[in-house]
Structure formats: structure tokens, C-alpha cells
Design a protein around this ligand. Sequence first.
Ligand code: 5RP
Length: 220
Amino acid sequence: MNSKKLAAEKAVEFIEDGMTVGLGTGSTAYWAIQKIGERIKEGLSIQAAASSVGSEDLAKQLGIPLIPLANLDLIDITIDGADEVDNNLNLIKGGGGALLREKIIASNSKKFIVIIDESKQVDQLGRFRLSVEIVPFASNLTINKLRELECDPQVRSLNNKPYITDNGNLIIDCDFGKIPNPEALNGQINLIPGVVENGLFIQMASLVVVGFNDGAVKAY
Ligand code: 5RP
């Protein structure tokens, strides 16, 4: 049973004609975009905004009408995955490197639905390294400041080269261990000059849809 697909397809049921829809990024959001593509073929009329070049390419292939982020005022509903979700609806996102656009889209959405499989549920955030997007031109200085927050910062790489985001920036994956106060850490990180954004999404989710390996789907 594909638990990511189950959660994604449940979330897509919330989309109605005329809506502006934010498209997430990652292997769970992939299934949501596929389902939206199917519904478009059945006559659903929406416009969508993508949180990454990858999701934009997928949406184009599926015939989903797209609107550039720069032309948006408000998004009705955004459906996106997460790396971790705690009991207070705080998230870690950014495993796919799209956290900046994802956070902008989520924070400008009337409804932000998070789709996960059961493995992403945690009591306290911090098992997954926290992604921090930084400008590249002063990377050592910014990484030093992140280290002062007592994490172990690692420059994300891809094919033995630094990974570059869709926005031309670096991702620093930071191991903070357990994060007892995600809201405070979010503020501390974003105050560092050179940090563009981090992957802590503090109480932004309207609904979390969880797919389970036994085929169950739960929303809360
Ligand atoms: C991308 C993300 C993804 O939503 C997150 O990494 C979860 O990915 P997946 O659905 O593939 O497990 O934040 O930046």
C-alpha cells in the first residue's frame, strides 16, 4: 500500500473549481500533482503555483494551468509534504531543497494541507536535519553563525558539488538534535545575516493527512 499516495489523494479532494492551488515538492507532493492532473482531465478548473522547478515541470506535463508566484495575491489551498510533523502541527521541511518557495506559498495560503506517511510523525522535531537556505557569497561566515547555535552544519552536496537551490542559494543541513522550542529556533536562525529561510514551519498547517501502511488515512 502506497501510504504517501493515499494521503495525497485524500488531500486533493479538498480542491474545488476556481481555486488557486499551491503545489508542493517531493515524493508525496508528486502524487498530489498527479491526482490534480487527473482531475483537470475530468474537467476541474483551477490555476496552480509551483514551489519548485521540478513541480512546475511535472504540472506542465500534466496540463495543469500555472500562474507565476510573482502574479499571486492569495492561494486558496496548498498541498505539500514534510520531513517531520510534531503534535503541535510544527513541521520540518526542506529535504527536497524547496523550503523557501514552499514557505512563501504555505504562508500565503488560506488552507495548508500537509501530506505525510506515518513515518513522518514525531513527538519532538529534530530527528531530521534542519535545512537552512543561505546566500552563497558569504557562506563560511553564515555557517559559522549557524554553528554558534550549537548545531552541526553540513553543506548539502549533489554529485560531489554543492547543491544549488532553484533560487541560486546553498542549503546547509543542521543537526540540532531534539528541538524543544521550534518557534524560538526559527527566530534565532532567521536573524542571522545571510540566512534566507529555514525549514521550520511553525503552526502553519491547517490540516495534516497521514497515510498508513495498512491502507488507513487519518486527518487532524
Ligand atoms: C521539499 C520538502 C518535502 O516536502 C519534504 O522533503 C518531504 O518529501 P517527501 O514527500 O519526498 O518525503 O520539504 O523541500
